[in-house]
Design a protein around this ligand. Structure first.
Ligand code: TPP
Ligand code: MG
Length: 580
């Protein structure tokens, strides 16, 4: 009897939540990254019914960072979801990270029912756990959508997926009132048409500009390519490698661009700027042509004196975001608005058959700087962080690696000492927003997205504690994330800044920390503690040999600073503590 009743039961009407889940499926979303709550629950139900997996973090930041790590690795939008009110406010930080670092993300939040929304009324709240989500998210998302009827949901989702990936990628918000999720479409068509986004329609590349660029490259005797994350977003690392190696052009990279060019290549200058390499800075300041590919040239890259950046060079910009060109801090002599990959392909075609000029003298000068300003650290005394990063690098050589960091000195030790080569060895780090706590949840998202990759989370004691709760996600999902804690009992890079300016580091120096190895054990994660140089490699090797997650707690020298460093008022060729 039951069977026949079921067979004759009228089909459940299509609800707003079904339209959301259908959009996920249509856009190839295999997994959504969430922290739950009542006002977003209807979508979970609909997603599960369509075979979409749900990753449930332990904090909205955990969900947001996991989604953005997956999006950065896969180069397409992923989904992060949270409930209304506190869920939304907790999610703001990773959304801001995605906005500033150009990560495509569709952010879906629950909202109180439309009749409970405050709207323009002069009251603080009308519903429970109500916050004006579109207003909160406005400065950190490309667009904010709030469909008011179930039949508007389809178009909102289509637009969100389109806009988040178009042009310069970034997050788009879709705020879903409860009644919109639960309401039936009542036979109305789900209106999927998404209006085109103006930003995605870049003007076609200007052939004359490409000719001019080819001609300048042909003329240059001291060229440097400055590769930003735009190269990675455009997946143009292949074209960059061809251009640099065909023409013998040295390549410096921004922090977020690291890996666009293999950092151990003889033409690689590592990275430039605030905590970059002195020899990269010397090359940029002496160059006669600086070709900037997909990078906004912010203060961390140029220092506080943008008018003295690359003073001898013609500066050529290739940039997909016209706003960055219009409001650049740095002059440019030629600016191409467009996709880095397209520009490089056009340029390579124009250079075909043009014999590269002899850059021998330029290479020799750079080799001299490279030798004189090689990165150094003391080999005796307390344990130093640099050899730990180098050992991790050595022990993972040849593997497919995603290296994730927090924010602080350790982030810069990784950027300087860990070899990157996208996509086989990728770096995930928080650039523009510079958000501590990016580390562990991004490692979780990276491992979920790339189950076969070696995911290495190199993290400071301060950063790790911001989202430490995600250790539970690591264990629950049996993710083989390997965690290296560089514990200096110090909020290192800010302490260094305080000591340099005020001779004291209140709030940042001499921190009490838990025994991180014991914390790991409490989660059932194997762990080791090291405090001497000779213990490092065996502990890292044991960690890497673990089939599941593992952690090495490194008690490093609290006095170790980030050296050299580009301080306010300095130019890239004279980073502290440069001596003539
Ligand atoms: C969420 C957040 N709060 C505050 C800061 C300011 N800040 C930048 S680095 C840093 C210290 C980081 O400490 P740790 O993770 O131990 O790294 P270390 O510099 O010691 O290697 C602080 C407080 C930040 N970047 N992000
Ligand atoms: Mg620290």
């Amino acid at each position: 009897m039951g069977g026949s009743t079921l067979a004759s039961a009228p089909p459940r009407p299509l609800l707003g939540a079904d339209i959301v889940a259908d959009a996920f499926a249509r856009h190839g979303i295999e997994r959504i990254h969430v922290f739950p709550g009542g006002t977003i629950a209807p979508v979970f139900e609909a997603a599960l019914a369509r075979g979409i997996e749900i990753f449930t973090a332990r904090h909205e930041q955990g969900a947001g960072y996991a989604a953005l790590a997956a999006a950065r690795l896969r180069g397409r939008p992923e989904v992060a979801m949270a409930t209304s009110g506190p869920g939304v406010t907790n999610l703001v930080t990773p959304v801001a990270d995605a906005y500033f670092d150009s990560t495509p993300l569709v952010v879906v939040t629950g909202q109180v029912g439309t009749t409970d929304m405050r709207g323009e009324r002069p009251v603080r709240q009308r519903g429970f756990q109500e916050v004006d989500t579109t207003a909160v998210m406005r400065p950190v998302t490309k667009e904010q959508l709030c469909p008011r009827r179930p039949d508007e949901v389809g178009a909102a989702l289509e637009r969100a997926f389109h806009v988040s990936a178009a042009g310069r990628p970034g997050p788009v918000l879709v705020d879903l009132p409860m009644d919109v999720q639960r309401g039936a479409l009542d036979g109305l068509p789900p209106s999927l048409a998404a209006p085109q986004d103006a930003e995605s329609a870049l003007p076609p590349l200007d052939g004359a500009q490409l000719d001019a660029l080819a001609e300048r490259l042909q003329r240059a005797r001291r060229p440097v390519i400055l590769a930003g994350q735009g190269v990675l977003l455009a997946r143009a690392h292949g074209e960059l490698r061809r251009l640099a190696t065909l023409r013998g052009i040295p390549v410096s990279q921004s922090l977020l661009g690291l890996g666009a060019f293999p950092t151990d290549h003889p033409l690689a200058l590592g990275y430039h700027g605030h905590t970059g390499n002195q020899y990269a800075g010397l090359a940029i300041q002496a160059a006669d042509l600086v070709l900037v590919l997909g990078s906004r040239l912010d203060v961390r890259q140029t220092g506080s004196l943008p008018e003295r950046f690359a003073p001898e060079a013609e500066i050529v910009r290739v940039e997909i975001d016209p706003g960055e060109l219009r409001h650049s801090r740095v002059r440019s002599d030629l600016a191409l608005a467009g996709d880095v990959g397209e520009v490089l392909r056009g340029l390579l075609a124009r250079l075909r058959g043009a014999p590269p000029p002899d850059l021998g003298a330029w290479h020799a000068r750079i080799a001299g700087w490279r030798e004189r300003f090689a990165l150094e650290w003391e080999t005796d005394g307390p344990l130093k962080p640099q050899p730990i990063v180098r050992a991790a690098n050595r022990l993972t050589a040849g593997e497919e690696v995603v290296c994730v960091t927090g924010v602080g000195s350790h982030q810069h030790w990784v950027a300087r000492h860990f070899d990157l080569d996208f996509p086989r060895r990728a770096l995930l780090t928080s650039g523009g927003h510079g958000a501590m706590g990016y580390d562990l949840p991004s490692a979780v998202g990276a491992q979920l997205a790339r189950p076969a990759a070696r995911v290495l989370c190199v993290v400071g004691d301060g950063s790790l504690q911001i989202n430490l709760q995600e250790l539970a996600s690591v264990v629950e999902r049996e993710l083989p994330v390997k965690i290296v804690v560089l514990d200096n009992r110090r909020l290192g890079i800010v302490s260094q800044f305080q000591l340099q300016n005020w001779d004291a580091d209140p709030t940042c120096g001499r921190k009490w920390n838990p025994d991180f190895a014991a914390v790991a054990r409490a989660y059932g994660i194997p762990s080791w503690t090291v405090s001497r140089a000779e213990e490092v490699e065996p502990a890292l090797a044991a960690m890497l040999a673990e089939p599941g997650p593992a952690l090495v707690h490194c008690l490093i020298d609290p006095a170790e600073d980030v050296v050299p460093m580009l301080l306010a008022g300095q130019t890239l060729d004279r980073m502290w503590p440069y001596e003539e």
